[in-house]
Design a protein around this ligand. Structure first.
Ligand code: ZN
Length: 345
């Protein structure tokens, strides 16, 4: 028997796609330090070490507090550009080659950043990130559900009428309790009519009924979280049959108490039912994680070896909205990383 292989190193170098990760929620202490230095009056520490302590995850209330303090630092288009480009840099360090980043334009336009300037900033960052860092970014524009139908209208207008080049899908985030999915049907209908994919959050903090609602009312093609789907075998069967992937974010599910503990996470039941499961990080620095850590957790929960982990990475490629050439390229990269690792092992 040889020594147990170092799956951590395998995961770190594994070329990956990420499908469920939020824009502001991806601001690492390093990025927040840069933003804080640009806006000293905001009172957020700009010393990276102090910030790292500030970020040390404690509980969900702490997450909300950090999130809001970062939101407060994004005051103009240059802040948006910096945030977006630096997120891509953090992704590059984790071998993330492609990401569908969930962006909430409404949060910025309501704070006075003009929609055109906002879109120009993210698009400029996207083009530079691809050229300079080798990270392909695409956008999911999501409705912040708690902000109601005015936010839905504004998000839909920006997505459908201004339609930036990197935009591929349309989402719905925020709390689920008290925010029924069906009310957003007209907005999703309009977004889908312009060719956008439907990728709402559902079944994270409410039961499987919300996932059914997302499927029937919002014509979801992929589900953000969908954790509670595991409570409904017929729903799991439906997701598997219709090839509707789930965007699973284990650490986030614990942080938000959607799931009690990693050991009781339903990812195993999802996989067993034949659902296409993808691994994602949601709001990584704020939950004290990153995509590599989420892959390691999934590998442990599912008992995977390197080929099994590579298969998870291929799931994300399949479930992504990359073009076919991009999918083929990234799948090949995953295969050669696995082959090289097996040769060395
Ligand atoms: Zn999310």
């Amino acid at each position: 028997m040889s020594d147990s292989p170092d799956l951590t190193a395998f995961i770190a170098g594994l070329p990956k796609a990420e499908l469920h990760v939020h824009h502001v929620g991806s601001a690492s202490p390093r990025i927040v330090a840069e933003l804080a230095a640009r806006h000293p009056a905001a009172g957020v520490p700009s010393d990276p070490e102090e910030l790292a302590r500030y970020f040390t995850f404690t509980d969900f209330a702490h997450f909300v507090q950090i999130y809001l303090s970062v939101v407060d630092l994004i005051r103009n288009a240059e802040d948006v550009r910096l945030l977006t480009y630096e997120i891509a840099r953090d992704m590059a360090h984790q071998s993330i080659r492609y990401a569908e980043l969930t962006v909430t334009p409404y949060s910025s336009t309501k704070r006075g950043i003009p929609d055109g300037a906002f879109l120009e900033a993210i698009e400029d960052a996207r083009v530079s990130a691809e050229r300079e860092l080798g990270v392909v970014l695409r956008w999911t524009f999501d409705i912040p559900g708690e902000a109601g139908l005015a936010a839905a209208e504004e998000t839909t207008r920006i997505a459908t009428e201004m339609a930036p080049e990197g935009l591929v899908s349309f989402g719905l985030g925020g709390p689920e309790i008290g925010v029924p999915r069906p009310q957003f049907k007209p907005y999703f209908d309009r977004a889908i009519a312009t060719g956008l994919h439907s990728v709402p959050h559902a079944g994270e903090t409410t039961g499987p009924g919300t996932v059914w609602d997302a499927l029937t009312s919002l014509r979801a093609e992929r589900i953000g979280h969908g954790t509670s789907a595991a409570q409904d075998p017929r729903l799991l069967e439906h997701l598997a049959e219709r090839n509707i992937p789930l965007e699973v974010c284990p650490t986030s599910n614990i942080a938000t108490r959607a799931v009690e503990s990693l050991e009781s996470h339903p990812i195993g039941e999802m996989v067993k039912a034949g659902v296409l499961v993808t691994i994602n990080s949601d709001d990584p620095p704020m939950f004290g994680t990153d995509l590599n850590t989420e892959y390691a957790i999934a590998a442990r929960l599912l008992g995977l070896d390197a080929p099994g982990i590579a298969a998870l990475a291929r799931n994300a490629v399949r479930a992504s909205y990359m073009d076919d050439a991009g999918k083929a390229r990234l799948s090949e990269e995953i295969d050669s990383h696995l082959a090289a690792w097996q040769r060395e092992g």
